[in-house]
Structures are given as C-alpha cells and as structure tokens.
Design a protein around this ligand. Sequence first.
Ligand SMILES: Nc1ncnc2c1ncn2[C@@H]1O[C@H](COP(=O)(O)OP(=O)(O)OP(=O)(O)O)[C@@H](O)[C@H]1O
Length: 642
Amino acid sequence: MTSTEATAPAEPSAAPPEGGSPPGPSTAGLLRPYSAGFAAVVALQVVGALAGLLPLLAVVEVGRALLSPGPADPARVWTAVAVGAAGLLVRLLFTAASSGLGHLLDGQVQLTLRRLLAERLGRVPLGWFSRRRTGELTKVVGEDVSTVHPFIAHAPGELVSAFVVPAVSLAYLFAVDWRLTLVTLVPVLLATALVPLMMTPARLREQEEFDAGMARIASAVVEFVQGIAVVKAFGGSEHVQRRFRTAVDDFVGGFLRMVRGLAGTAAGMQVALSPPFVLLVVLTGGTVLLTTGRIAAADLLPFLLLGLGLTAPVQALGHGFDDLRAARRAVGRIRDVLEVRPLPEPARPAVPDGHRVELRDVRFGYDPGHEVLRGIDLVLEPGTVTALVGPSGSGKSTLVRLLPRFFDPTRGAVVLGGVDLRALDSRELYRKVSFVFQDVRLLRASVADNIALAVPHAGHDAVVRAARLAHIHDRILELPRGYASVVGEDAGLSGGEAQRIALARALLADAPVLVLDEATAFADPQTERAVRHTLTTLKGDRTVLVIAHRPETIAAADTVVMLDEGAVVECGRPAELLAREGRFAAFWSARRAPSTASPQAQDPAPPPLLTRAVAPASAPAPAPAPVPSPTPTPVPRGDEPR
Ligand SMILES: Nc1ncnc2c1ncn2[C@@H]1O[C@H](COP(=O)(O)OP(=O)(O)OP(=O)(O)O)[C@@H](O)[C@H]1O
C-alpha cells in the first residue's frame, strides 16, 4: 500500500496555485509555435501596404506629366497607370492573403487554447469546479478565447502597416521637399502632443471609475436576474431596483465626468487628424512655398495624397492598442485556468484489492487554518450501507466528496482496497467509485446517452434496466421521444428526475463503491421509497455511503456515522446507537418530536428503531424496520438540529 505521508499534499489540491506551483505557459510561449505564420502575415501585410502606395504615386506621376510644360509623354503616363494598377492588384492580393492567413492562424490559436483549457479542466480536481461559477468558466473558454481574435487576426498586420506606410511615405515626401514634409507632419504632431492629456492621473482615475461603475451595474443586473424568483416572492424587488438605479446613477455621474474631462482633448485629436484639417495645413504651406517659387505645382500633389495617408495609421494604432489591451486581459484569465494545479496522477498506479474503503485520520480544510474534517477514522465494508448524518455544516458533503477525489485530504488518507486513492489511476478510480450528488448535471444529449455516459457501449436493454431500477423508466417513456429525447431540448426534467437519471447512470456504471447524497429532496414519497428499496436490495457486494436525510434511510442502514464539527461523534448500528442514548439518540428524537419548534416538526415520525435494538450486537443485521408511509413534506436539506 502506498504510504500516506509520501503522497499527502500540504494543501488541498483543489486550492488555486500559490507560491511553488508551476507557472503556466506565457503568452509568448503559447504563440511561439505559430511564429513562422505570424512572420508570413506581417510580411504579406507589409508588401500589401507598400504596394498600396503605388496607385497614389502613380497619380502623382500622371499629375506631374500632365502639369509639366509641353505635350504630355503618353508612354510616361501609361507606365504610371500600369504601375498604379499593378500596385492596386498586388495590394489586394497580398492583404487578402495576409488576412486569410491571419484568420487561419487565429482559428488554430483559438483551437489550441480551447484544447489546452479542456485538457487542463479535465485534470483539475473536481472540487475546483464547485468553487467556481459556471459563468466564469464559460467566459474564459468562450468569450476570452474569442477575444484574442482581433489580436491574432488583425493587430499584427495593422500595427506593422501603421508604422511602415508612414515611414515610406515620409521618406518619399522628404525626397520631394523637406519643408513641405514638415508642414504635412503638423497634424500628426498636434494629435500626438494631445495624447499625454488623455493619460493624466485625473483621466486615469475617471477611467477606473467608469470600469468600476460598469462592474457595479453588471453585478446588480446579475443579482436581479439570478435571484428574480426569490426577490419577487419576498417583496425585495424595490430594494434590488434601488440598488440597480443607484448603480446606474453613479455610473452616469462618473461617465459624464469622464466625458467632460476627455471631450476637449478627444475633439482636438479628431480635428487634427481629420482630412479637411490635413488638406488645409498642406494647402496653406504649399501655397506659401508655391507663391514664393520654392516648389513646382506638381510637387504639391504627393503631399495632398500621401499626407492624408499619414494620419490614418495613427488612428488604426489607437484601435490596435485597444485590442491588444483587451486580448492581454483575456489571455491573463486563460492563463489563470491553465495554471490550476492538476490532480496529481501516480507514475505507477497501484491496483486495489477489493473495495473496502477506509478513512485514516483524514483531515481536510478548504482554506488554510480552517479544518472542516478533523481526523476522521472510518471503515466502510463491502456489502454494507453506511448512513452519514449530522447537523448542517458538520462536513458530510465534504467527507463523501473525498471518495471520488473531488479533493485530496490535507492529512491522512482515503484508502480503497488497501490503496491510497492518490496511488490510483483516475480512470480506475471512477471505475470503482460512482457518485450521485444533489447538483446533478445532465448533458445536452439523449436520455439514453446520459444514462450510458460511463458505459457508452451499453445496450438499450441495459440502459432500460438501470432506468427501471432508478424508477425513472416510466417517466422517460412519457417524454416526446422516449429514451431518444434530448435533455434540455425535447425534455425538461425536474431536479428529482435528473437525480434519478444520475442514479440510473451510477447503477449502469456498476461501480462497486457508490456514494450518494440522498436524492430525496425532489422526489415524491412513492418514488423515494422505491429508490430507497432499490438501493438497499441492490447493494449486493457494493460499498454504499449515503448522506442520509430521511429517517427511513437511516433506519435501513447497516451503520450510522454521526458527524459533528468535522469529527465522528458516534458510529454503529442505528438501533445500538439509539439504545446508547447519546448524540445520535438526541438527534433522532429531535426528528421525532412533533411539537418541537424545529423545522423537523413537519417531518414524518421516524420508524420504530427500538424494535431493532433488541437484536444482539453480534447477530446479523436484521431486516429493515417497517417503513411508515412518509408524508409528502420533503425534509429540507441541511436543517438538522445541532
Ligand atoms: N467549497 C467550499 N469552500 C469553502 N468552504 C466550504 C465549501 N464547501 C463547504 N464549506 C464549508 O465546510 C463546512 C462543511 O460543509 P459541508 O457542506 O461539508 O457540510 P454538510 O454537513 O454537508 O452541510 P449540509 O448538511 O448543510 O449540506 C461548512 O462550514 C462549509 O461552510
């Protein structure tokens, strides 16, 4: 058997990586395999952008030919036209190729990111998911990965041409007339001089307020939408609406301050970069130089045409950097997920011998310094049902989740068939351990596929048999397409029905260890009795651990384990424990007392356990006590008295 000490991690492996965890791949590292592709995108874009200058230069050349004294030289004109047309064609071809290649690369990068995320999400501890909202992950895998699109597909080409085109244009213009070139640069210099005014501490503060205001509105909307039923039922809509209105009013105030602060500078930049202003500046300078005889009229043409082109890339630069910033934030969130420490897998997996489960001095805490399980020692024998009971927050759900390795213990070990779970291959673990918890997730697939998830090649008969055992078969037949009905499309299932499908899935998987959070809260009394009957009669050689909320389940269990504040306070046969008149007896009678003010006042009276208490301790477990027909009132989960 694997030694616990050798493998026990200091912290729950579900905790986010801290300190010593291996860093995830850097953005550059993620993109390195595509560097040749990016280089090709940039090269194609540069050629395309430079070729795009040729039509403008051709117009300049034609203008010069037509404006020069004497008859125009047709050959010179036609050559210029041909070069211009060729330039246009090359520009079209190369920018199209660059864009096409950029989008292909984008597709590959997004696919790689999604594969990496899927691969990592497949290896992180199951418990990590329960600490995250589904929405957060959906955003990372969907939206954030898509956010890299402009960064990959557009930014490289746009940013490069934003530098190359002005540089080449400037070189050409300097060659024509350096004085008019300086004049042509005035609008760009003016716009650039205004940039620092947009980055003052006051502006940055306003930007932060804007972001915070947006976040407050988003959270007020989410709170309202997610809790709409509760909010309406308890008359809290006015409070929530007031919160939303306050968030919007604050945002509007902040937004107006930001706009007032930015408006003057932004308008100044817009004017400086606008074509009329550029033409005005070039024409004014050109007229002065022309009238003083320093340049020829034809020399004015390139400045009018290329001068406009000098400002366009400056504007593109703004968008490019915006995309870049958004992509950086998205890649940061993607990296956070890629950095989550995966569930450690053994290099040489051990093979369990049987399916006796032992918890040996198991300690666990979600957060450092706060233990939720405080030294649990427990043995679950094959062929027995162990009912876990205890007050809300005593650690029942946490304990059962250690068996399918949602988390690893902080200290101690969970041992299956003599092997520490950490020494088991995860596929082997899930072949051995099935679980049905209350937060059941069904896939958007047919009911049959949902049941056969762990056994994809199971025949229809086997699926039906499992569904019958889970008492969901009749309900499935009522669905529009029976077993072929797609969950969420053809069939809307209640929480209890979904749990019974999950139970059918677990029964079909036929794992020798079954861990259940009693699926009673949603089921009607008859179904609930039938499911319980299935579990007790089917157990065979199975090791069953169930968080029991119903008195009948507790009565029918072979062993009851009473937890309180993360420790086992009593453990034994239900009748023996009752006779002992200790913590479990108090817990039990609190459930019986109809006049108590506790929420259990509505619960059905527990079955007469004392009739079982007369059996000698060494005798085989007697048949379950007769189960009285429970009232339809469900036991709310987690409200047992302390
Ligand atoms: N994901 C989590 N992160 C941090 N703390 C948690 C988490 N889940 C549970 N806890 C805490 O661990 C303790 C035990 O919770 P657990 O859900 O295991 O108790 P329980 O006995 O199953 O309660 P209930 O019967 O109400 O479901 C509680 O104090 C709870 O607040």
